[in-house]
Design a binder for this molecule. Structure first.
Ligand code: ADP
Ligand code: MG
Length: 703
């Protein structure tokens, strides 16, 4: 064995944990920090100064030279601007590092280079970052050396959120407040806070760096834009959970080590369905920390890959014809006195509370299926959703056999007296059953599945931030809780009122429940009959965030203002148009500079062969036939290339962002498909030594 490390020792080594604060801070300051963490509010400037000093000392002891306010702009990735701790030297030339409380709690990066969807024009270019004290500061080791990273929220000068974190934090507060009203009804007077917990399972591909560098498409678009299928794909099902290759294993080892140091609980790793595809799952944690940590996971995956001569592809669909990558977002809600509201529980009282929570969630998901679908959309995910490898673009909820049966009984008779599979019969309470949780049945095709004590939202894309899905989930469920509490708090007979409400919600929203095969065509037809939305693309989903229904929801709980929502819709169109533009340009580049010249060369060699064979008096029919096929596809490519260049130019001239995005989707993408088809055919014919780019076989199997 090479160097030995002890996982207990390294875990959290690079995090300024509560433990380290307790050690390094005076008692009163530590107490103040804990209070703000638990109850919100702001640190006093005196306390902030003391914390900043202690944090800087710790960071410098561990080699840090710079600090940064680490934030999550609407690009979906993270941003950082490094400032060193270096201060003015004294007259003797001695320099003492500096870091004040003000620098800790507030930063002022220029907001003008980040997407703001018009907010910039309306308000001020300046933006500021504010420390999210509930997410610990950490040290990032990279090519830049060691940097102290302070997780922050990013707002415009007038307070509009310019990031993914601010609305998430607002949604967590809303959910907590409304969920508390629900648990109070059931006699829980101890809980002071309810927290959303999230565990995201991250899928990714690895590819050899040398091959990656030969693919303009991978380098610029993160996915292949050309490529015929490899002789072998995933049909043997030999990769999923297969033995991890040595090189990949070494990568995973380093990745885990880096993540553990950062306090990320990397827990599970395995090969995924497609060749060269893998998954990493951490243990679930508080939603905002899970969001931060998922960003760190994605960054570390990319960084560590480079050290191993590989590249990590987080794109949802790097290769046509094999599985793409997603991110299962496991979500539950727990009180600070330890009750998971999604746990059916052991007593009838817990069961009833659970059924009420369940009814509220079904109502929320049905009412806002469009928003939930939108929250999981990004450009890459358009290739996955509904493509027989990921959930369809239709939101439905899977409950499992036992729970669905209970729901049916409640809808039909208003009472559930029996439970499938040997659960106990009800004692004590009139109308609801005492049942045990059923985590056995896993329907992998469902976009939103109940799995025992959590919901698993399976639509999310692998490259996407999980902030939006969780913001949306928290918001829609907060609304349902609020409406339920409004009624129940006024009820004279609570038992009866709860019972009626559960029955009503389940009856009204039962159409969202679907336990069958989500990949089947029957489901598409059935869902349409039920009136469930089937929103096929990211840009078609964009306007769901500015409907009256959405604005009312988000404004009511102070999560987004109408202006913020409108700006976000605009950013979706912008992002989409820019991304497809890059893809189209990468295709034009590859077709014009690499593929067509190679095919021309091959056709010349073939033509020479035909002539030579004929001159020798032999039959050149096969060679001639091949030449004909090559020339036909070459002509098709040339025509398609000209068309793509033309549509691409037309697209770039459209001023309205929404119209532009739709033009990219409907016209430019179609032209891209037309260019790809003959190129992929040619790849199967042209001499391997002449084909200018690595093939799917090489990309997926040479690792
Ligand atoms: P799967 O079979 O889908 O892989 P796992 O049990 O391995 O399910 O869990 C997947 C993810 O769900 C992990 O990140 C795990 O920590 C998380 N998870 C487990 N329980 C909960 C919960 N109560 N709330 C949120 N996430 C959870
Ligand atoms: Mg899962």
């Amino acid at each position: 064995m090479s160097e030995v490390f002890n996982v207990e020792e390294i875990f959290g080594q690079n995090v300024f944990t509560l433990g380290k604060m307790k050690e390094r801070l005076p008692k009163n300051v530590y107490k103040e920090v804990v209070k703000v963490m638990d109850q919100g509010g702001e640190l006093s400037m005196e306390a902030a100064n003391v914390v900043a000093m202690a944090m800087k000392e710790w960071a410098v002891e561990n080699g840090a030279t710079h600090y940064t306010h680490w934030f999550q702009p609407l690009t979906g990735i993270t941003a950082e601007k490094h400032d060193s701790f270096v201060a003015h030297p004294d007259e003797m030339g001695k320099m003492l590092t500096e870091f004040s409380g003000k620098e800790l709690i507030k930063g002022e990066p220029d907001a003008s280079s980040f997407p703001s969807g018009g907010l910039r024009a309306t308000f001020e270019a300046r933006g500021y970052t504010a420390w999210d004290i509930t997410s610990p500061a950490f040290l990032k080791e990279s090519g830049c050396g060691v940097t102290l990273c302070i997780p922050t929220a990013f707002c415009s000068y007038t307070g509009e959120a310019l990031d993914k974190k601010t609305p998430l934090l607002r949604s967590m507060e809303a959910l907590s407040e409304q969920a508390l009203r629900i648990v109070r009804l059931f006699g829980n007077t101890e809980a002071t806070k309810v927290t959303a917990s999230v565990g995201p399972e991250q899928e990714y591909f690895l590819v050899d760096e040398k091959l990656y560098r030969q693919r303009t498409d991978l380098m610029f678009a993160g996915r292949t834009l050309f490529g015929a299928p490899a002789p072998k794909g995933q049909e043997m099902e030999d990769h999923y959970f297969g033995v991890i290759r040595e090189r990949v294993g070494a990568y995973m080892k380093d990745l885990n080590e880096e993540l553990w140091k950062l306090g990320v609980t990397a827990k599970t790793q395995h090969n995924e369905v497609a060749p060269a595809q893998h998954e990493l799952a951490p243990i679930y944690e508080t939603a905002n920390i899970a969001v931060d940590h998922n960003q760190l996971v994605m960054e570390a995956m990319k960084r560590v890959a480079v050290h191993h001569g590989m590249r990590c592809l987080l794109h949802e669909k790097p290769y046509a014809g094999v599985n793409g990558s997603g991110k299962h977002n496991n979500w539950s809600i727990t009180t600070d006195n330890g009750v998971n509201l999604l746990d059916p529980g052991d007593t009838p009282n817990e069961n009833i509370q659970f059924l009420l929570v369940l009814a509220c969630i079904l109502k929320a998901v049905d009412t806002h299926a469009d928003l939930l679908r939108q929250s999981a959309s990004d450009v890459g995910n358009d290739h996955r959703l509904g493509a027989n490898e990921a959930p369809p673009a239709i939101i439905s909820v899977f409950l499992g056999e036992q729970l669905e049966d209970v729901v049916r009984q409640l809808i039909e008779t208003g009472a559930a007296t029996s439970v499938k599979e040997g659960g106990k019969l009800l004692t004590g309470v009139k109308t609801l059953p005492d049942f045990q949780k059923d985590a056995t049945d896993r329907n992998r095709t469902s976009p939103f599945a109940f799995t025992g004590n959590k919901f698993e939202f399976r639509m999310v894309g692998s490259a996407d931030s999980i902030a939006s899905p969780n913001t949306t989930l928290n918001a829609i469920v907060a609304e349902a809780f609020c409406e339920a509490a409004d009624r129940l708090e006024k009820a004279d007979d609570l038992d009866l009122a709860v019972h009626d409400l559960i029955k009503e919600y389940l009856t009204e929203h039962q159409r969202i429940i679907f336990n069958g095969d989500g990949y089947s065509d029957d489901w598409l037809a059935e869902a349409e009959k039920r009136g469930l939305p089937n929103i096929k693309s990211m840009i078609e989903a964009a306007s769901t965030i500015t409907t009256d229904k959405a604005v009312k929801l988000f404004e009511r709980f102070g999560i987004f203002t109408k202006v913020e929502l409108e700006s976000r819709e605009e950013i979706i169109y912008e992002t989409y148009a820019k991304t497809i533009n890059i893809e189209a340009l990468a295709m034009i580049d590859m077709a014009g500079k690499q593929i067509i010249p190679a095919v021309v060369k091959y056709s010349k060699a073939l033509a020479d062969t035909v002539n030579a064979v004929k001159a020798a008096g032999a039959d050149a029919a096969v060679q001639a036939e091949l030449l004909k096929e090559v020339c036909e596809n070459l002509a098709a490519m040339q025509t398609a290339l000209a068309k793509l260049e033309k549509t691409e130019k037309e697209a770039s001239e459209i001023e309205d962002v929404k119209a532009q995005a739709f033009f990219y989707k409907d016209t430019v993408k179609a032209a891209m498909d037309e260019l790809r088809a003959p190129a992929d055919k040619l790849e199967m014919i042209v001499d391997k030594n002449i084909w200018p780019i690595p093939t799917y076989g090489e990309l997926m199997f040479e690792i």
